[in-house]
Ligand binder design. Structure first.
Ligand SMILES: Nc1ncnc2c1ncn2[C@@H]1O[C@H](COP(=O)(O)OP(=O)(O)OP(=O)(O)O)[C@@H](O)[C@H]1O
Ligand SMILES: [Mg+2]
Length: 356
């Protein structure tokens, strides 16, 4: 370098300066490229974000729509269940009311007259014995007739016979009253009713299943009825609820009996306990408990779903509890709870408000 002349050095500096400028330009260009790249990356990532957001929104919308659809489907199922049950129950109600009405008149003849018949027969018997006392030695013809007709036996048997007819007619009258209370077609409106009458008429309709039959030893009904005022309600509908709960209780007890049939010593007799009480100024409580086979927690969670049943096809439709829930909660603004334990039993607790 020391050998370079001053001009040469100047030239060298110029060259270096030129190279420096070129490099600077290259640097600027690549900086601008980098900037461009960064900008386009930002734009792309923004675009991507917007797309993701859009997708997210669509997903949420689809989810909401599917939720709405599920809800609409559930409502439809519930409505269908209600319609089927309404139709079934109203057909049953009409049938029961019709039968009760038709039987009522002839039963009234029997029921109304049997008491007079008993009294008249008693009078005739008294009269006959008075005759016998006054004329202990009747003539031959009368004596022969007395013997032929076995009058002594007839007199005793006739009274017993009339008493059993009277008991039978009392029973038919009770049944007719029960049928009329159950159907309560005249009480489709919301008005005050005696809940104990409803429970009793329902129990009466279920007598044939509560009594011992075949091998089955029967079910004891234990009533703890509190002092209840008349409750404003749809009485016919509440009777449906009592019916559904009681039938399920009987089914559960029978099922436990069938499962324990191989070891009859192990079988505790079946019972259904009905408890009614006033909770406070607002609520009345009706609890119906059974010592049937109980339910698992999984089953318990589903019992109010329409069409949920664990019973064989043809035995259960799975509507009873769904409808009962609707009647208690929606129609009466009440509460319906279920407590249960496998192999121990089940309790349904109904709360009805004393005013709407
Ligand atoms: N007291 C009870 N003990 C045991 N299981 C019960 C009881 N009550 C209800 N269940 C269960 O709840 C299910 C649903 O009851 P729900 O009354 O709605 O329908 P179902 O009795 O099966 O049919 P149905 O429509 O004829 O009443 C029953 O199948 C049964 O498994
Ligand atoms: Mg049922």
């Amino acid at each position: 370098m020391n050998d370079l002349s001053y001009e040469q050095l100047q030239q060298r500096v110029k060259d270096l300066e030129k190279q420096n400028r070129l490099l600077q330009k290259k640097l600027e260009r690549s900086e601008s490229n980098r900037q461009q790249l960064e900008d386009s990356h930002e734009i792309q990532s923004k675009l991507l974000n917007r797309i993701i957001q859009g997708l997210e929104q669509s997903r949420a919308e689809a989810e909401a729509r599917s939720h709405e659809l599920q809800e609409a489907f559930n409502n439809l199922q519930m409505m269908q269940a209600t319609l089927i049950e309404y139709e079934k129950m109203s057909a049953l109600g009409v049938l029961v009311a019709g039968i009760a009405h038709e039987i009522n008149n002839p039963v009234n003849f029997i029921h109304g007259n049997i008491y007079y018949a008993c009294a008249y027969v008693q009078n005739l018997v008294d009269m006959l014995s008075l005759y016998q006392k006054t004329y202990p030695e009747p003539d031959e013809q009368i004596q022969a007739k007395l013997e032929e007709l076995e009058i002594e036996f007839v007199v005793n048997d006739l009274l017993r016979l009339l008493i059993s007819i009277r008991n039978g007619s009392d029973r038919i009258s009770d049944i007719v009253l029960g049928l009329r209370t159950f159907s309560r077609l005249d009480e489709a409106e919301y008005k005050k009713a005696n809940l104990h009458d409803g429970l009793d008429s329902t129990l009466m309709l279920l007598q044939h299943r509560l009594k011992a039959h075949g091998d089955f030893p029967g079910i004891t009904v234990i009533k703890h009825y509190g002092k209840l005022p008349s409750i404003p309600c749809f009485a016919g509908q509440l009777n449906q609820v009592f019916m559904n709960i009681l039938v399920n209780a009987i089914d559960a007890i029978e099922e436990r009996y069938i499962r324990q049939i191989s070891d009859k010593n192990q079988y505790n007799p079946g019972w259904i306990k009905i408890d009614t009480s006033i909770v406070d100024t607002k609520w009345v409580r009706i609890a119906i408990a059974d010592n049937g086979l109980g339910m698992s927690e999984q089953t318990r969670q589903k019992i109010f779903n329409p069409f949920f049943t664990t019973k064989p096809v043809g035995k259960g439709t799975g509507l009873g509890m769904a409808i009962s829930y609707q009647i208690i909660i929606e129609k009466h603004g009440g509460k319906l709870d279920c407590f249960t334990q496998v192999a121990q039993g089940t309790e349904f607790v109904i709360h009805i408000p004393l005013s709407r």
